[in-house]
Ligand binder design. Structure first.
Ligand code: PMP
Length: 367
């Protein structure tokens, strides 16, 4: 039976080796195989995040939204003051979560949908007032806008403010250098460029971020607490089984495989191949006079967000060609654009991207 190739902005296609790992027999979370996979995955996360040896990686059963809330509740509590750089739907979600917690939020929102938040304003705010943290979305999946995380981290470092980035639609695809840039928290979920099914929330935290957790008066819910999870992560890295809450064993074995695959390509090549793939889609749309949603200077390489123009039935047509792509997500303009995910295994294997580009070329030329 043939099946359609999944090229939405997550979940994405999985590699054969990842499928094989997922099909392994169930094992105890303290069996030698799982201990080794868990320990190796934590070590390899630092290499994929380009993070320093003093940082703390976490692998938790959960979604990207859980990763967002874990970062927020371990850093902030009621009465704190933070900045949210808002470039779309997931910036709105950041604001909502922070406000629910009683945090005072200064939102720096992109001037219009598809624009980059004003970083001069960020610099000014940071120099004039005292903020505990800045939250930003590396790639907002609703707009395809890529935040200049390097610059944001730099401003935060200079003002002694914590920087927390949502890498759900960016990690292991868009250039990110945790150590060089001095970011404090970078989190993702398993179903995007890491190339796994949904189900894992993953993050790497600086010592400064962990210190911020220690000074909270109340602290996050126990199930999300870095201080409860840290000894477990440390035990696995030391190749010892440990228990606080049952880890997602099957997904962790698959994560170990996917991180090895990514590292065997090398991070610099991973970043540049996603750039090349992003460029290929952008050229195609330009050639066929389709406008993209993000300002081109800040267009993400993990996904394309494109206005339908006169191609209102493109989703169905692409499906007939054997590919699944997605509709819009931003509530204000949802019906006007579509999105294509081109990250992870599909970006690496050559054939998925080529196949979809061939289908698109054909149908865009027919009009
Ligand atoms: N942040 C971003 C940038 C995302 O793209 C997503 C998922 N599309 C999330 C957070 C939330 O992840 P999840 O759907 O796994 O909760």
């Amino acid at each position: 039976m043939t099946r359609d190739i999944l090229m939405i902005p997550g979940p994405v296609e999985l590699s054969p080796a990842v499928y094989k790992a997922l099909a392994a027999p169930i094992a105890s979370h303290v069996s030698p195989t799982i201990i080794e996979a868990h320990g190796a995955a934590l070590e390899n996360m630092r290499r994929v995040w380009l993070a320093g040896p003093e940082t703390q990686p976490f692998i938790i059963a959960g979604s990207g939204t859980i990763a967002m809330e874990m970062a927020i509740t371990n850093i902030c509590e009621a009465g704190d003051k933070v900045i949210v750089l808002n470039s779309g739907y997931f910036g709105d979600r950041n604001e909502k979560m922070l406000k629910r917690l009683g945090v005072e939020v200064r939102a720096i929102k992109a001037e219009k949908i598809g624009a980059h938040p004003d970083l001069e304003l960020l610099e000014k705010e940071l120099s004039e007032d005292n903020y505990k943290a800045v939250f930003g979305t590396h790639v907002d999946t609703s707009t395809g806008v890529r935040l200049d995380v390097e610059k944001v981290s730099k401003h935060c470092r200079q003002s002694g403010t914590l920087s927390i980035f949502d890498g759900v639609c960016a990690t292991a695809a868009e250039t990110f250098r945790m150590q060089d840039w001095g970011a404090d928290v970078y989190y993702t979920a398993s179903q995007k460029a890491l190339g796994l099914p949904p189900g894992l929330a993953l993050m790497v935290c600086s010592e400064k971020a962990i210190k911020a957790r220690k000074t909270l008066k109340s602290g996050p819910p126990l199930s999300m607490d870095w201080l409860a999870w840290r000894p477990i992560m440390q035990a696995y890295e030391n190749r010892k089984g440990s228990y606080f809450s049952t880890p997602a064993t099957g997904l962790i074995s698959a994560l170990d495989v996917s991180l090895e695959e990514i590292l065997s390509v090398g991070m610099e090549e991973i970043f540049s191949l996603h750039q090349r793939v992003g460029d290929r889609f952008r050229s195609l749309f330009e050639e066929h006079h389709l406008s993209i949603l993000p300002e081109s200077k800040y267009a993400a390489n993990t996904l394309s967000a494109v206005y339908y123009g006169e191609h209102q039935t493109i989703l169905q047509q692409v499906k007939e060609g054997g590919y699944v792509i997605a509709g819009g997500l931003h509530p204000e303009i949802k019906a006007t654009y579509f999105r294509i995910g081109h990250m992870g295994y599909s970006a690496r294997n050559g054939k998925d991207v080529q196949g979809l580009i061939d289908v698109l070329k054909k149908l865009l030329s027919e009009k």
